[in-house]
Design a protein around this ligand. Structure first.
Ligand code: ADP
Ligand code: MG
Length: 232
């Protein structure tokens, strides 16, 4: 069998912030192959965002392990984890998280600048990936001047600009009509084909489950994560 790209073992995440402890993840196991597109579904509150944040290195588990490529995330220093987020992962957030005062091309360039890529090169790469998602003519618009579908493509472009090995998306086509959603899914599929990127995409939408290679369900209050469907 092919070596997995992503493995999570007995992953648990408890939140102690509020009046009661919330066991958001109670022992999730999953394995994803390189170049695989996996949809992650489950009811609201089942721990989908929590799982995505852990895999993306934005949060640390209470216990359990996550391995991505050759990296065991628990063993990484803060600095190495930040490098992992910056170089390995492309994250498309639920509400896009585009910065309203920056232009489209500046939004896409920002993570590259954070990664200390020189300004001119960062802008060039941002313009290329913007062209790739078909929005060159919106380059100098602000996010508030875009449609939902266009903002989704910009958020995708920003996630792809660093050429990530792993794309994580949280409800990224949630509020879009089916045509705009399909454009985004097609772009992700194309990128996976071109670069063998691996993708884990949270969605309730049956269209996403249908598009993905496989769907994982979080349920029973996030106690189990099972493969439910395989498309050949
Ligand atoms: P989903 O994305 O599937 O809707 P989440 O991962 O956002 O689910 O949340 C899972 C559970 O963890 C929920 O019960 C939620 O209330 C709780 N939760 C999420 N984030 C926090 C937090 N920062 N502090 C306390 N509880 C949280
Ligand atoms: Mg969520």
């Amino acid at each position: 069998m092919q070596k997995p790209f992503l493995t999570a073992q007995n992953l648990k995440r408890d939140y102690h912030g509020g009046p009661v402890v919330v066991n958001a993840l109670r022992g999730v196991d999953l394995t994803i192959a390189p170049g695989e597109i996996v949809a992650l579904s489950g009811p609201s509150g089942s721990g989908k965002t929590t799982l995505l944040n852990l895999v993306g290195g934005l949060d640390s588990p209470t216990s359990g392990s996550i391995t991505v490529g050759d990296l065991e995330l628990a063993n990484l220093s803060d600095r190495a984890l930040s490098g992992y987020r910056n170089r390995t992962v492309g994250f498309v957030f639920q509400n896009h998280n585009l910065l309203p005062h920056l232009t489209v091309v500046e939004n896409i360039a920002l993570p590259l600048l954070v990664a200390e890529i020189p300004y001119t090169a960062a802008l060039e790469t941002a313009a290329e990936v913007l062209d790739w998602v078909g929005l060159t003519d919106r380059r100098d618009f602000r996010p508030g001047e875009l449609s939902g579908g266009q903002a989704g493509r910009v958020a995708l472009a920003r996630a792809l600009a660093s050429n990530p090995k792993l794309l994580l998306g949280d409800e990224i086509i949630g509020n879009l009509d089916s045509v705009a959603g399909e454009v985004i899914l097609n772009l992700i599929r194309r990128r996976v084909t071109e670069t063998n990127m691996t993708a884990l995409i949270v969605s309730h939408d049956p269209a996403v489950a249908n598009w993905a290679d496989r769907t994982l369900h979080l349920h029973d209050g996030a106690t189990r994560c099972v493969a439910s469907q395989t498309r050949e």
